[in-house]
Write a protein that binds this ligand. Structure first.
Ligand code: ZN
Length: 179
């Protein structure tokens, strides 16, 4: 028994391994092209999800463990809906489903192939990824801890990239005696 305790106690004292993140990006690499823009009133237009740029036929994966509650073409577009623990529901469109209603899926498991044709998509194909709890639409990026992420307009991005390369302007901004 003392020998067993000698093995067990150090094991119990070890920190728990980091838990796997519960939610993941549904396409890789992630490229957010349009973010969540909830309408001020539910009957007004808005953008009830995020658009992730990719290419037609790209593999779409379940963002988290759950059960497929919808996998059909809706108004000509393939739509998949997955119910997760806690009543959260993620949706994926336009996607040709490789899963069926009632299937259990795990985070990162393939659920279908991306189709082209999401309205307003500036690249070959965009996955419209949505999140709902009941009737309330939420920002799916919140699942990844990125709910407040802001997209920089491309112009700003390039200006920042260009200015960060300019060492002269950077050194001038130091006023202490460090340099
Ligand atoms: Zn969209």
């Amino acid at each position: 028994m003392p020998a067993l305790a000698a093995v067990l106690i150090p094991l119990l004292l070890l920190p728990l391994p980091l838990a796997e993140p519960r939610y993941r990006w549904p396409v890789a690499p992630p490229q957010v092209l349009r973010r969540f823009e909830p309408p001020p009133q539910r009957w007004l237009p808005g953008h009830r999800g995020v658009d992730l740029g990719s290419s037609p036929g790209a593999r779409v994966r379940a963002a988290g463990d759950g059960v497929v509650v919808y996998a059909q073409a809706l108004a000509g577009r393939g739509v998949i809906s997955i119910l997760h623990a806690g009543g959260l529901r993620t949706t994926y469109e336009p996607v040709t489903a490789t899963v069926r209603t009632g299937d259990r899926v795990s985070a990162g498991g393939p659920i279908g192939a991306l189709e082209a044709g999401h309205p307003g998509c500036p690249v070959a194909a965009c996955l419209h990824w949505g999140l709902r709890r009941g009737d309330v639409y939420l920002d799916p990026l919140a699942l990844l801890g990125l709910g407040r992420v802001r997209l920089l307009p491309l112009q700003t991005y390039f200006r920042k990239a260009a200015s960060s390369g300019g060492r002269r302007s950077a050194s001038r901004s130091y006023s202490s005696g460090l340099l």
